[in-house]
Ligand binder design. Structure first.
Ligand code: ATP
Ligand code: BTN
Length: 319
């Protein structure tokens, strides 16, 4: 099926006979594979009598060589999957297989893309970026402090550099345009955080996606915000370079080194919010974050700091 897709990706017409000859199968076998492509990957294929088959729009597939060529100073090996349950899950399996970190797992689609707290990350084929970077951390807890916030900052900067207007951050690690989510980040950790561990930095960026009925909250994409179609290989290369830069700053100076920059880009700075922790709700005003990346809220006139993966921030209706 992948070979057929590669033949069709130029967006031109290909006759059933030519496709069959290239694949070494009959025309009816070509037809079956075309139907599979449509059903499994959600691709739209036009059939015109006398001309053959054509993808509704040309496709640029992810290419590890191209990503490496575009970011020569980033030497992380890149593994690209056509379809995978989740790039984070695959990264965790690779750690178990003792694959040497750092490395990157990318996929054209995820069948079980995961968000925070077991939620689903909608991941259609060849439209977005599903990226997991694996790091080996030896420096203990300090190397993990505020790490997900640093990743959010790097993602935000890449989107800005590529010309997406209005991108900002929401604590702890959402990247938004206004109220709409354009990227999400999920960190997963294995090993002993106080000693040696591996951390998977999972990043989902909505790139060229224009429709996604299954997403049950406000969302947007780079294309919807800028009116342009983006080359995902270029984006993956730029993302690698930007992550390298921010992770180095974090490694040297700890989270304090990027704290002020993060606060300057926090869309909800000074806003009245509710912090949700399971069934509990704390109302307060956002003061900022502390040197470890914890959220600082003014609650009943007193400053308090909150951290933890299970916390969600909501704007209060009166804010
Ligand atoms: P928080 O709980 O921090 O307020 P959130 O409501 O965005 O954040 P998360 O768990 O961080 O929730 O993200 C998962 C949610 O993201 C899903 O429940 C879904 O609503 C939404 N989502 C899923 N796929 C996408 C996507 N491709 N683009 C934007 N949003 C998505
Ligand atoms: C969130 O906002 O809830 C986090 C979403 C994280 C999605 C990315 S896509 C690449 C990586 N693989 C996954 O299964 N999830 C992360």
């Amino acid at each position: 099926m992948l070979t057929l897709l590669k033949l069709l990706k130029d967006g031109r017409f290909h006759s059933g006979q030519a496709l069959g000859a290239a694949l070494g199968v009959s025309r009816s076998a070509v037809w079956k594979q075309l139907q599979q492509l449509e059903a499994e990957l959600g691709l739209s294929i036009h059939k015109v009598r006398g001309r053959g088959y054509q993808l509704a729009a040309p496709l640029t597939l992810l290419d590890p060589l191209e990503i490496g060529r575009l970011a020569p100073s980033c030497d992380w090996p890149v593994l690209v999957f056509h379809s995978i349950d989740s790039t984070n899950a695959e990264a965790l399996r690779a750690i178990e297989r003792h694959q040497a970190a750092p490395f990157v797992v990318l996929a054209e689609r995820q069948t079980a893309g995961r968000g925070r707290r077991g939620r689903k990350w909608v991941s259609p084929f060849a439209e977005n970026i599903y990226y997991s970077l694996v790091l080996r951390i030896e420096g203990g807890m300090r190397q993990l402090e505020g790490l997900s916030l640093v990743v959010g900052l790097a993602v935000m900067q890449v989107l800005r550099e590529l010309g997406v207007p209005g991108v900002g951050l929401k604590w702890p690690n959402d990247v938004l345009v206004g109220q709409k989510k354009i990227a999400g980040i999920l960190l997963e950790l294995v090993g002993d955080p106080a000693d040696v561990c591996h951390v998977v930095l999972g990043i989902g960026i909505n790139v060229n996606m224009q429709m996604a009925d299954e997403v049950d909250q406000q969302w947007t994409s780079m294309r919807l915000e800028s009116g342009r179609v983006f080359d995902r290989n270029h984006l993956a290369a730029e993302l690698g370079l930007m992550l390298q830069k921010y992770l180095a700053r974090h490694q040297i100076g700890g989270f304090s080194a990027v704290r002020a920059e993060w606060e300057q880009n926090h869309l909800w700075q000074g806003r009245a919010v509710s912090l949700i922790a399971g069934v509990n709700q704390i109302d307060g005003e956002v003061l900022g974050i502390d040197g470890q990346g914890a959220l600082r809220l003014k609650v009943d006139g007193v400053e308090k700091a909150f951290s933890g993966g299970e916390l969600s921030l909501r704007l209060r209706n009166d804010s």
